[in-house]
Design a protein around this ligand. Sequence first.
Ligand SMILES: C[S@@+](CC[C@H](N)C(=O)[O-])C[C@H]1O[C@@H](n2cnc3c(N)ncnc32)[C@H](O)[C@@H]1O
Length: 185
Amino acid sequence: MGDGWAGATLVGVVALGALSVIVSALRLGISPMPSSRAARRAVLSLVPPGVTGEVHELGCGWGGLALAVARQCPHARVIAWEASLVPWLVSAVRARGVANLEVRRGDFLRGDLSRAEVLVCYLFTGGMRALADKLTRERPGTALCIVSNTFALHGWTPRDTLVVDDVWRSRVYRYDAVPPGPRAP
Ligand SMILES: C[S@@+](CC[C@H](N)C(=O)[O-])C[C@H]1O[C@@H](n2cnc3c(N)ncnc32)[C@H](O)[C@@H]1O
């Protein structure tokens, strides 16, 4: 009887967790699929070495890339955003004891990126467009570095583009950008 309840509870928790991941992916427009190892290496190679300010990862999924960035940039304060409950929970647990990594639950589009020096992301076309709009509104004329796996910022010119040695031959872009101000009506 006890074992039966424990088994049923475990199945229920796993099913609820899976449902939560699916519902969040449908709401956000992207699943928590991690960057491939090769893409992660490419992203890390484009993050400026020796950064000491804030590095934000926009949608950290299960936390692997955020941990790698925090280890590579020990003097930076890494803030990893995640809106989906279960991936956020996993990332927060993985980040315990990593002094320069904070995992925040929430939508980075509503978050404060005003002190960010570097943004790291692996999103989707609509997410990149929303990010460009946010930067144009909130950070016009302020330089920052953006490293994006696979998805480009439409209309912005990358400083570097790497072709990743993975099955998708994905690209990783680095922008050293000064977001333009909003256009006059
Ligand atoms: C493709 S995964 C990338 C995970 C990780 N960055 C990596 O490269 O391994 C994208 C993640 O971004 C999250 N995400 C998408 N839009 C978001 C938003 N507006 N705010 C916070 N997280 C978001 C999704 O929930 C998902 O976990």
